[in-house]
Design a protein. Structure first.
Length: 201
């Protein structure tokens, strides 16, 4: 329920869901029991849904700044969760969809394509520890061709299925100066596959 609407040089007409401007650009502040909104917005009287460009601050500490359409995040926008997780990118019907950048609270980072709030398409996921996956995603899982590179420079490149590497790929060793002969890591192909499986977990 909308408790108050403050305006600078403007009048909000809730009955027609339109702002009747008087001079300068409006800077409305909408205050409810759970959040406040500032920006250039229109409000639908029947539903309370807002459309326009604005910033929403929830009482629980969450924050959104960007475009709204009929109460949903739509187009470009930034959302910050209570725990500090932050998404900047495209929205569709209140869901992260399109190109975006999601910085997780644990320090991980994903940059690339999203669909319905999940990595989907092509993107890069970097863990806080430095492991990097670049490649294809389907509904939040590694699926298709990609490269998984560990902190020591070793990487596995090939096909992934259900977030795991398949037999269709290759393991390449970085051979950092402080490492022993990399051939020792792979006594044979099977040993290499076992080492890969442990790293991928």
């Amino acid at each position: 329920m909308i408790k108050q609407i403050f305006l600078a040089s403007a009048l909000v007409c809730l009955g027609t869901a339109q702002q009747v401007l008087a001079g300068a650009d409006p800077l409305p502040v909408v205050v409810t029991d759970s959040f406040s909104v500032t920006g250039n917005i229109t409000i639908d009287r029947a539903s309370g849904a807002m459309t326009g460009d604005g910033a929403i601050r929830w009482n629980n500490g969450e924050y959104y700044e960007g475009h709204l359409l009929a109460g949903n995040k739509q187009g470009r926008g930034v959302f910050v969760w209570q725990n500090g997780q932050r998404y900047e990118g495209n929205w569709l019907d209140d869901r992260m969809t399109g190109q975006g950048r999601l910085a997780y609270a644990n320090g991980d980072l994903y940059e690339g394509a999203f669909l319905d709030g999940e990595p989907h398409g092509t993107g890069t996921y970097t863990t806080a520890g430095g492991t990097v996956y670049r490649g294809a995603w389907v509904h939040g899982q590694k699926q298709g061709v990609g490269r998984l590179t560990w902190e020591d420079g070793d990487y596995w490149e090939g096909e992934f299925s259900k977030d795991q590497p398949t037999e269709n790929g290759k393991l390449v060793l970085g051979n950092a100066p402080d490492e022993p002969d990399p051939s020792a890591k792979l006594a044979d192909a099977r040993a290499g596959k076992r080492a890969l499986a442990k790293k991928a977990k």
